[in-house]
Design a protein around this ligand. Sequence first.
Ligand SMILES: [Zn+2]
Length: 72
Amino acid sequence: MGGADGGTARDRRHAPAGPPQPDVRYSFTPDGGGRLRVSFPCPTCHQRIRVPVRGRVRARCALCRSVLECDT
Ligand SMILES: [Zn+2]
């Protein structure tokens, strides 16, 4: 074990606190039936996407067809 600094993944740390994307606004709206839906604007075309809250879901934008993974 020398004193050489490998310099691998040592200083690569994500922000400890704070929202990663303050630009994206998630809004939860109750859907009749006790279910919850989360809607957010597409980061690409700003189209409103609504997906049911079921853990990690993959939503596809109907406009630009970009697949967005969101953890609900
Ligand atoms: Zn889109």
